[in-house]
Each structure stands twice: as C-alpha cells, then as structure tokens.
Ligand binder design. Structure first.
Ligand code: 13P
Ligand code: SF4
Length: 307
C-alpha cells in the first residue's frame, strides 16, 4: 500500500470517528472485517461477544460491520436503537440455505424436539426456533435442552461438531459455510509438511474430516485466546483470513499461515470505510424487522444469552 492510500484510509477513519461521536453511535466489527475497520472498531468480537455487546450498549446507533444476520440480531434485541448495516448486500449464503417453512416442517417431522438455530439464520427462522447458538456456545446450548433429540439448523458441520460432545441425537439440516468448506485434510497435510510442528486451528463450521485433523477447534475469539496462550511458533489458521490481522499484531513472534487461499468470506469483505461514512451520514441501510417476528426471534436469542 503506498503513502497516498494510507493517508486516504487515515482520513476516512477520522471522518468515521467524528461521525460516531457526533451521533452517539458505536461501531461493532466482526473478527473477519477488513483491517482498516478492525482498527477503528469500538468493539470487535465473535458472534456471541457481538450479540452480548449489542445488548448492553448505551449508544443510540449501532453500526454493525459484519453480515446481515448479525445486524439483525442487534436490531432484534434493541428495538429502541437504530442498527445500521453499512453495506446492505453483506449477507451470508448459509442463512439462505433454510427458511422458516423448512423449520416448521422439521418440527412436524420430529414432534417435541427443540430447534437450535445457529445465529447464522434469518429473523424469521429465529422466530420459529426455540433457542439460538453460536460456534462458541453450541455444545452448552445443546446440552442445556431437555429431551433426547435436538434439531439443529442450518449448519450440518456445526451440528456434527456438537454431536461429538453430547449423548443427544442431533437432527441436522444440510446447510454449510462455503468458505470454510474449502479447507480440507489434504491442505493441512501439505502445510504441516511445509511447517513441521505447526498447530492447526479449525472453526466448528469446518467439515468433520477437517475437524478430525485439527489440533484445536473454537470460535474466532477462542482462536485469539488459544494462539496467545500456546507455546507453538507456527499456526495454520482454518478460518477467514481477516482474523490474522489481530493475531499478527498481538503475537509478533508467532507465524500465522492461512489454511487455504480461498478462505475469504466475500460477504465479510463487502463493507468498506466509504460504506460506513455514507450510511451514517445519510442514515441509510437501517435494519427493519416486523414487530411480530422480532418479538418471537428475541425469545430465541434471550434463551441463549440466559445461559
Ligand atoms: P464466530 O465469529 O462466532 O466464530 O463465527 C464465525 C462466522 O462464520 C460468522 O459468520
Ligand atoms: Fe457466512 Fe461463512 Fe461468511 Fe460466516 S464465513 S458469514 S458462515 S459465509
């Protein structure tokens, strides 16, 4: 990056900081966001931490730099606040792999089984589910439920991951995360030969075969903690590359290798500094959820947060 580009970024970051202050707004950023957004976030975290933070803030406006379902969760919990998704096209393909109707059909097929909705679902899907979960608390959520069977939507990989830690029968839906699917045991084998002693860190959205060869599995924020506390020098990071910005900054003597060149989530990269400036200046891209759906969806998120 040349000096002009760096100055341009600095200028935009200052504009955003001013706008946030003037409007009593808070900027929340997911761990996969662009480096220049992570740099100015008031709070950065994984899906669970961001839900908790969004639930606690005193700000009038929440600028949510992540993907739509995350901003929707913030809006579900904060009807008196304005929640902005700076780039309205930042979605998540996994969210679109299931509908509320599909969940209702599953409930009919498995009467009495509670539905655990990964936060990566639409507000409509959350509204017809019993409890939400994130990758950080999925096992705790599943084990907190009564009954022998649990329906988990929409990520079949997260469901298979949770199945390893529970005696309950998990009924999975065949959704998945396209970027995480691209890391395979073959990738890891090649990288481990290249970097002997490297520790492979995987996300629960990875396929079961990839989880099988992982040295550590956790949510994105769990990964920061793990690499900070580990004595290893080389880490193969099996999640979106945006996470490596803070890892490198916090651990200058450690080396982080992406598990796969394709491990980029195009939706997480859709938000640029310009989008934050435009949306906040013009009060655009405000998340709106019909009240009846919001009230029902809120119960599922609250049930999760109560744990
Ligand atoms: P976490 O940050 O909660 O681990 O989730 C990763 C993810 O893919 C969100 O879409
Ligand atoms: Fe969706 Fe996967 Fe991107 Fe997360 S990383 S937002 S699950 S596509």
């Amino acid at each position: 990056m040349d000096t002009n580009d760096k100055n341009d970024i600095k200028t935009k970051q200052e504009v955003i900081k001013d706008l946030l202050k003037k409007k009593n707004a808070i900027l929340l950023a997911h761990n996969y966001q662009r480096d220049e957004i992570q740099e100015i976030a008031d709070f950065q975290g994984d899906s669970l931490e961001l839900s908790i933070k969004a639930n606690k803030t005193d700000a009038n406006i929440i600028v949510f730099c992540g993907v739509r379902f995350m901003a929707e969760s913030a809006a579900i919990m904060n009807p008196d606040k304005i929640v902005i998704l700076p780039n309205e096209n930042a979605g998540c393909p996994m969210v679109d792999m299931i509908t509320a109707k599909d969940i209702i059909n599953l409930k009919n097929d498995y009467p009495g089984a509670p539905v655990v909705a990964y936060v990566n679902t639409s507000a409509e899907c959350k509204a017809v589910s019993d409890i939400c979960c994130t990758s950080a608390n999925v096992v705790k959520v599943v084990n907190s439920l009564s009954g022998r069977r649990v329906i988990m939507v929409p990520d079949k990989n997260l469901g298979s991951y949770a199945q390893r830690f529970t005696d309950k029968e998990i009924i999975n839906w065949p959704g998945y995360c396209p970027p995480h699917k691209r890391t395979t045991p073959e990738n890891i084998k090649v990288l481990k030969e290249e970097y002997p002693g490297a520790v492979f860190v995987a996300h629960p959205e990875s396929t079961p075969e990839t989880i099988d060869v992982a040295d550590h599995v956790s949510s994105t924020s769990g990964m920061y903690k793990f690499v900070r506390e580990s004595n290893a020098k080389y880490f193969i990071i099996g999640t979106e590359r945006g996470i490596m910005y803070k890892m490198e900054k916090e651990n200058p003597n450690k080396v982080f290798i992406s598990s796969n060149k394709g491990l980029v989530c195009p939706n997480m990269k859709k938000t640029h500094l310009e989008d934050i400036i435009n949306s906040l200046t013009n009060m655009k891209n405000i998340i709106k959820i019909p009240e009846d759906i919001r009230i029902q969806a809120r119960k599922s998120i609250e049930n999760m947060l109560a744990l």
